[in-house]
Design a protein around this ligand. Structure first.
Ligand SMILES: *[C@@H]1O[C@H](CO)[C@@H](O)[C@H](O)[C@H]1NC(C)=O
Ligand SMILES: *[C@@H]1O[C@H](CO)[C@@H](O)[C@H](O)[C@H]1NC(C)=O
Ligand SMILES: *[C@@H]1O[C@H](CO)[C@@H](O)[C@H](O)[C@H]1NC(C)=O
Length: 278
């Protein structure tokens, strides 16, 4: 068992392994290597989706993720990726003006979308002039329209949208998107997009994809760097006691899709067996 894990870890330039049903782990020496691998991963999924469906539907979130996607704005990806076929969504968004420093839209626009030829009409941002509840309803309605026309594929087990890729970060508390530990939104089964007004992290008002939508995606990648998140990575991916079963990041388990964790060495430093990966 340990030997197989060890061989898996050594089998790539970066360490990599398959962690039972909790996804593939790609552990990188540094942020530079992680950024290169992440860009290659996204570019490959984009190519495969465009070939199969004619479009690529990708949901992103905020935080350090956008910076780590920066290589996509550079050669060769800025030319080779079929940007006109991308449809961009947000797995979560802060209910603030699109010009506000806290806006995930602004972060992505400044760091990525303004640097590549994505079509403005394919950038699906929230309505920033209404309440959190209205913004969530409006966003879900919008996603439903695109599912009806099959711009977004649909899951064959639920009626949920099946995004080609959902990219998430994770907080030191194990939150993903705006799904925070012990929050009732974790139990939401019916809505695709919901809202919170009591985020433990500022700003308090947010909208977020629910777990059924995240877990219906074809691909989910969780990108986590830094030592402050090492304990949460361990609790989210290792075999730990039942106490951790409700950690939001641990509830990310695509039903038919593929889950990949992109980690740097620091974020991976508390994984079981990480002492063997040097
Ligand atoms: C792509 O990025 C490179 C830098 O990596 C830049 O020199 C080039 O002009 C860019 N090409 C396009 C089409 O934006
Ligand atoms: C946002 O919602 C308001 C109120 O319903 C509406 O007047 C406005 O047109 C919407 N904005 C966009 C960009 O859809
Ligand atoms: C769309 O989703 C269905 C089931 O959820 C799947 O069978 C099909 O292959 C998907 N279509 C494409 C072109 O990816």
């Amino acid at each position: 068992m340990l030997i197989i894990e060890l061989l898996n870890l050594l089998s790539r330039m970066a360490h990599s392994g398959v962690h039972k049903d909790r996804g593939e782990l790609r552990i990188h020496e540094n942020l530079d290597e992680l950024g290169t691998d992440l860009a290659e991963y996204i570019a490959e999924l984009s190519e495969a989706s465009v070939k199969e469906r004619g479009v690529f539907t990708i949901a992103i979130s905020g935080g350090s993720l956008i910076g780590l996607m920066g290589r996509l704005c550079e050669a060769p990806y800025n030319k080779t990726v079929d940007w006109a076929k991308w449809y961009i969504f947000w797995a979560d968004e802060r209910v603030v003006a699109k010009t506000h420093a806290d806006s995930n839209y602004k972060l992505a626009k400044d760091g990525l979308l303004s640097k590549v030829p994505v079509l403005p009409s394919h950038v699906n941002s929230i309505n920033d002039s209404v309440s959190a509840e209205e913004a969530a309803d409006d966003y879900e309605f919008h996603v439903r329209q695109l599912v009806k026309t099959r711009t977004i594929n649909v899951s064959d087990i639920s009626d949920c949208p099946k995004f080609d890729l959902i990219l998430l970060g994770m907080g030191p508390d194990g939150h993903v998107a705006s799904l925070f530990p012990n929050h009732p939104v974790l139990d939401e089964k019916d809505e695709w997009v919901t809202f919170i007004t009591d985020s433990p992290k500022s700003p308090p008002e947010r909208i977020t994809f629910t777990l059924p939508v995240i877990n219906s995606a074809s691909n989910v990648a969780v990108v986590v760097t830094g030592e402050s998140k090492a304990e949460a990575v361990h609790l989210a991916t290792d075999d730990v006691g039942p106490d951790c079963l409700s950690l939001p990041a641990r509830l990310v388990r695509p039903i038919r899709g593929k889950l990949v964790w992109f980690l740097d060495k620091l974020a991976a430093s508390k994984l079981d067996g990480s002492q063997f990966s040097e």
